[in-house]
Design a protein around this ligand. Structure first.
Ligand code: ATP
Length: 450
């Protein structure tokens, strides 16, 4: 989203609030910068102040209406300006928000505007997927990736996306397409690892009638279908040598022949490839062609693992809770500080996808809507590859007793566990638990753990 206000303090505070709510705000301190940002990035919604030096919020609203009619604009201003609110709504504002903000009201207005603006959902997009180009996160590393993606999007250079499974490579490929001048063209995807050689070839290049038994009609391949748009080749490291040769030619020359055909087909396609494999090693071992590697690696981009950007866990977890609560027709879920600390203590080998699946399970299986550390730990103990933080001290210790005594039991377990996991490092333990060192000391004293 785009956040426009000439007050830098408000930009900062509001930016933090929106990030925490799982949105990705791009700040602009005036309407001109806002329009420049709109031209560069895929923006889903604009939230703008009305009174700004130079171009006003109302003028910005008109400009956005002309250039980006699908993008809803919410205007905000101080109390006591009802006639202005009426004028703004008449001019096409999606909503009018009064300062000072009520957090829930503001988020509700934004979500309403986003929902209204949403086009027909694509069949391939599951409920947990963010809208195209919408990366949720708060880390510097992710912001860097996004700005590199925006820069790479502009041209037609081949982009090679690297990173562990589930880090968002496909999302990045879509962002390249959506941010490019080809965005109105097709975005076609092919998962290269999923298909045996001959099928992969016919999927890529299509075939002529009679090319093989069963080829009753001519069928275009994905390269042809992506004409005027982008072809995303996922798991490129798994492609056989024979197909690598053919890919090299189409990437180099933008031409190919359909299977069983002699006619050369010319295409205008932008290629984006992705892999979790160390391609340089495959080149060294001779299983991946060096010339193809260099052809693909024109703009290399690394998606960092979730371990390298723990700051993203909170906004992602809250975002997925919202999305899955909505998708499952449940009321909004909240996550306690200790619940979050448990999530942040995990290695997430399956990265964002694993966190997303985990949050979905929590929504489906928990009573909710308030998730505590115990809820999260219970679910973790059922997950392969993740370490339940309270496993050493079984949860049933709090099956009986008053609420206060049960709370204390859980708290003590969490303290013991945090110390164990951090090798008795109290600074780290406090961070893991989401409390200050001083609070940790007080609590250790209270539980006679000092
Ligand atoms: N920053 C993010 N914000 C919101 N959703 C994200 C983010 N990163 C990844 N996701 C979601 O996590 C899931 C996995 O992402 P994606 O499919 O892009 O990963 P990938 O790296 O292509 O994985 P693989 O290598 O296994 O194909 C998707 O549902 C995607 O929408």
């Amino acid at each position: 989203m785009l956040l426009v206000d000439d007050d830098p303090a408000l930009l900062k505070v509001l930016g933090a609030l929106l990030t925490q709510a799982g949105l990705t705000p791009h700040p602009a301190s005036n309407a001109r910068d806002a329009l420049a940002l709109l031209a560069r990035r895929p923006i889903d919604v604009v939230l703008s102040d009305v009174r700004m030096p130079g171009m006003s919020g109302l003028e910005l609203l008109a400009e956005v209406g002309r250039g980006w009619p699908d993008v809803p604009v919410l205007l905000m201003t101080a109390h006591g300006t009802v006639p202005l609110a009426v004028e703004a709504m008449k001019a096409g504002a999606a909503d009018f928000v009064l300062k000072p903000f009520d957090r829930e009201e503001l988020l509700f207005s934004l979500h309403k505007a986003l929902l209204r603006a949403q086009k027909e959902p694509e069949p391939t997009r599951g409920p947990g997927k963010a809208p195209d180009g919408l990366f949720v996160g708060a880390s510097r590393a992710l912001a860097d990736v996004q700005s590199l993606l925006a820069r790479a999007a502009v041209g037609t250079a081949t982009v090679l996306l690297r990173g562990e499974s589930g880090t968002g490579k496909e999302l990045a490929a879509r962002a390249v397409h959506d941010g490019s001048p080809r965005r109105a063209g097709p975005f076609v995807k092919l998962h290269c690892a999923a298909l045996p050689d001959t099928l992969l070839e016919s999927e890529l290049f299509g075939y002529e009638k009679g090319a093989f038994t069963g080829a009753a009609t001519r069928k275009p391949g994905r390269v042809e279908l992506a004409h005027g748009g982008t072809l995303f080749l996922d798991e490129i490291g798994d492609v056989s040598q024979a197909v690598q040769v053919k890919l090299l030619r189409v990437i180099q020359e933008r031409e190919f022949e359909r299977l069983g055909g002699t006619q050369t087909v010319k295409v205008d396609v932008r290629f984006v490839a992705a892999t979790h494999q160390p391609l340089e090693d495959l080149v060294r071992r001779g299983t991946f062609r060096e010339d193809l590697f260099y052809r693909l690696n024109v703009v290399p981009l690394w998606l960092p693992s979730l371990r390298e950007r723990p700051e993203d866990i909170e906004p992602l977890a809250r975002h997925f809770l919202d999305v899955h609560a909505k998708a499952n027709g449940r009321p909004p879920f909240t996550l306690s500080a200790d619940g979050l600390a448990v999530l942040q203590s995990q290695p997430w080998p399956g990265n964002v996808r694993q966190l997303q699946n985990f949050m979905e399970r929590l929504v489906v299986l928990s009573d909710g809507p308030h998730l505590t550390g115990t809820d999260v730990a219970r679910e973790l103990s059922r997950q392969p590859g993740l370490a339940p933080p309270l496993a050493a001290a079984p949860l049933p210790s709090s099956d009986t007793g008053t609420l206060e005594s049960r709370r204390k039991d859980v708290e003590k377990d969490a303290l013991v566990d945090a110390l164990k996991r951090t090798g008795d490092n109290r600074t780290l333990a406090a961070r893991l638990l989401g409390i200050s060192r001083r609070t940790l000391y007080n609590k250790l004293e209270e539980h006679a753990l000092l």
